[in-house]
Design a protein around this ligand. Structure first.
Ligand SMILES: [Zn+2]
Length: 354
């Protein structure tokens, strides 16, 4: 095992935890607020795991999970190094902007691995890949439903029979969420691709894990993501103590009363070791409305749907139905747009399909 070498962070002394404020390279990022990064360098050598959240700025449980890991992980008890960045897309986080970065109106998770001479989001993702991801042995990108989205927890990785794809799938399963998608094509067209796919192309096993949504701090979702990263660390051999106990430093807040019973039920799984194995889903179908109007879903995240089943309607402001939304596949609703106002070609839901 080689010692950790992430040049932008400087020297990482084994057995120590450090706070960094990082300026990513790129002319478009020159006036950026520096991004907080925490390095937890284990007393013993081992793999380098890079974990970030906040590629989408309104996915708060993911951001909080990275903050908690930074506060809780003890470098004396781990082998290898964990690098944690709570928020990549800081302009979106500061302005509560869903899906995109407000500086260039680009979804950063469609332009990986980025472009050093591209727009703000392209330079930002280029910096993330080249300053952090390529120096890691594994990469975990934490997400959730963005401000207008509800979802059931799931993990995505790239499908394939090559070594990187196989390692990515093993990490995805080890994470311990109810559903695992191993997909071979981008879920939405873009100039680039998603974080996990770009990392895999660079030879780094990678997954994207999602829990939480609707713009809220959901404690169950935070726990799922924190436990998922710890499960991945165990899978990678970074925790060799069979008695390793991980106490998440819980926030003082009470559970959110607005959380639905359904999302609470979906979020009770805590680790791969004590729960049923994940459902493996090879296809991810995203549904869009043709019409601008009012969205009336008839399903919730976690619901099973059948091909041909009517799963919602879009109406106009007179109350007339403009469009019936029909499931194109047999599968499980993984995420759902919860705001009634939708625009033409607007995203309605994602279905994990068998
Ligand atoms: Zn996201």
């Amino acid at each position: 095992m080689r010692p950790p070498n992430i040049p932008i962070l400087g020297e990482l002394t084994p057995g120590t935890k450090q706070r960094h404020l990082i300026k990513l390279p790129g002319a478009a990022l020159a006036n950026d607020e520096p991004r907080p990064v925490i390095s937890v360098a284990g007393a013993k050598l081992g793999p380098v795991l890079f974990v970030n959240a906040g590629v989408h700025g309104g996915e708060y449980p993911a951001v909080e999970a990275v903050i908690r890991l930074g506060k809780t992980l003890d470098p004396k008890k781990i082998s290898g190094t964990v690098i944690l960045m709570p928020v990549l897309n800081l302009p979106a986080f500061r302005t509560r902007t869903p899906f995109v970065c407000p500086i260039d109106n680009v979804n950063p998770n469609r332009v990986f691995p980025g472009d050093a001479r591209g727009s703000y989001s392209e330079q930002m993702t280029h910096g993330l890949i080249n300053e952090f991801v390529v120096h890691a042995d594994a990469y975990v990108d934490l997400h959730g439903g963005d401000i207008p989205e509800a979802l059931v927890p799931f993990v995505i990785c790239r499908a394939g029979n090559d070594e990187v794809a196989k390692k990515s799938k093993a990490i995805a399963i080890a994470f311990g969420l109810p559903h695992v998608l191993a997909v071979s094509k981008p879920v939405q067209p873009g100039k680039g691709q998603s974080s996990y796919a770009a990392a895999a192309d660079k030879g780094i096993p990678a997954v994207l894990a999602e829990a939480g949504g609707v713009g809220q701090m959901q404690e169950e979702a935070v726990s799922l993501l924190v436990n998922g990263v710890v499960n991945v660390m165990r899978h990678l051999g970074m925790i060799d103590d069979a008695n390793f106990e991980f106490q998440i430093s819980k926030s003082e807040t009470k559970p959110n009363p607005n959380e639905t019973a359904r999302s609470a039920v979906a979020a009770t799984k805590t680790s791969a070791a004590d729960t049923a194995p994940s459902t493996l889903l090879p296809k991810f179908e995203w549904l869009y409305t043709k019409s601008t109007g009012v969205w009336y879903p008839k399903v919730a995240p976690g619901d099973a749907v059948r091909e041909g089943e009517q799963i919602g309607t879009v109406g106009d402001l007179f109350g007339d139905t403009l469009e019936e939304i029909v499931s194109p596949v047999n599968g499980i609703v993984l995420f759902l747009t919860i705001n009634p106002s939708v625009l033409e070609k607007g995203l309605l839901m994602g279905i994990g399909a068998e």
